[in-house]
Write a protein that binds this ligand. Structure first.
Ligand code: HEM
Length: 260
């Protein structure tokens, strides 16, 4: 296959520009805008629609994320080696991926509808949010289109685990396999370009909240307002952070006791 300069740029250089922007942009945002590191919740303006749409979108996108990790990171040779046939793999990828994609799309469009129809939520929506929504919705719609086209073989027979996935892993070996990705179908080319553009916007939008999702919140014990035993932190603000930060605090107090 003849590779063009555009192929080299898109699949050999652009991914690294994206990585540099994601890492550099995230550090910059953290250093300059820690107080703005938030999802800018609009729950206080409207919660009826949000209560259904938000979990639908978030659980959906989590399954999509896990699917991408399995599909892109685990080589085909490994699943072959443990006896998972191509047919069985794609059957599962397809029904799980479809359920997840539909939940994500319905959730996302309900969230966008809510932004448009609730006056207070609309007023709290910035240009930054609008651009982010366009990129996010495009990536999700185009991923679904690519999956559908692939399943129906509209662009011919194509196995993304021999093209997109091989290229994706090669980026992290710093030896980008431009040819593998150039061999993918057009619908996957477009899905991946839009996904990379979305990643470039990521650090500068409310999407940063995904990097600090308070997952420990689900597993944390109930807040104990008064401890039964010896206090292991200083009087004043009680630590409410993760187990790590509580332990760090306890150690600091212990050291202070030791010195006095
Ligand atoms: C470089 C990054 C990405 C690559 C290489 C990639 C690749 C793929 C591939 C190979 C599929 C087909 C899965 C299948 O048929 O089983 C797919 C589907 C999909 N992608 Fe991506 N993707 C990327 C980023 C994203 C992002 C950032 C989003 C959303 C924010 C996204 C959303 C989707 C959706 C919704 C589907 C269809 C449903 C599904 O299979 O889960 N993708 N993508």
């Amino acid at each position: 296959m003849n590779l063009t300069p555009l192929d080299y740029f898109l699949w050999g250089i652009f991914p690294y520009i994206t990585l540099a922007i994601v890492i550099g942009g995230t550090i910059w945002r953290y250093k300059t805008d820690q107080f703005g590191w938030t999802t800018r919740s609009s729950q206080m303006y409207e919660s009826k629609l949000l209560r259904i749409a938000s979990p639908m979108f978030h659980y959906g996108i989590l399954v999509v994320l896990v699917g991408h990790i399995v599909g892109l990171v685990i080589p085909k040779s490994w699943t072959d080696a443990v006896g998972i046939s191509e047919y069985f793999y794609h059957l599962n990828a397809l029904w799980l991926g479809s359920v997840a994609a539909v939940a994500t799309l319905v959730g996302l469009f309900a969230m966008i509808y809510r932004r448009r129809t609730s006056a207070t939520v609309f007023r709290a929506t910035t240009w930054n949010d609008k651009l982010m929504y366009v990129a996010l919705a495009s990536a999700i719609v185009l991923g679904s289109v690519a999956t559908l086209f692939n399943a129906l073989e509209i662009e011919g027979e194509h196995n993304y685990r021999e093209t997109v996935s091989v290229w994706f892993r090669s980026i992290f070996y710093f030896n980008p396999n431009v040819e593998a990705m150039a061999n993918a179908t057009t619908s996957f080319h477009i899905h991946v370009i839009v996904a990379l553009l979305l990643f470039c916007l990521w650090p500068f939008t409310r999407l940063v909240h995904a990097f600090t999702a308070p997952l420990h919140y689900i597993f944390r014990p109930y807040i104990v307002y008064r401890s039964r035993g010896k206090r292991n932190h200083q009087r004043g603000w009680s630590p409410v952070g993760t187990a790590d930060s509580v332990n760090k605090d306890a150690k600091r107090v212990e050291r202070q006791h030791h010195h006095s």
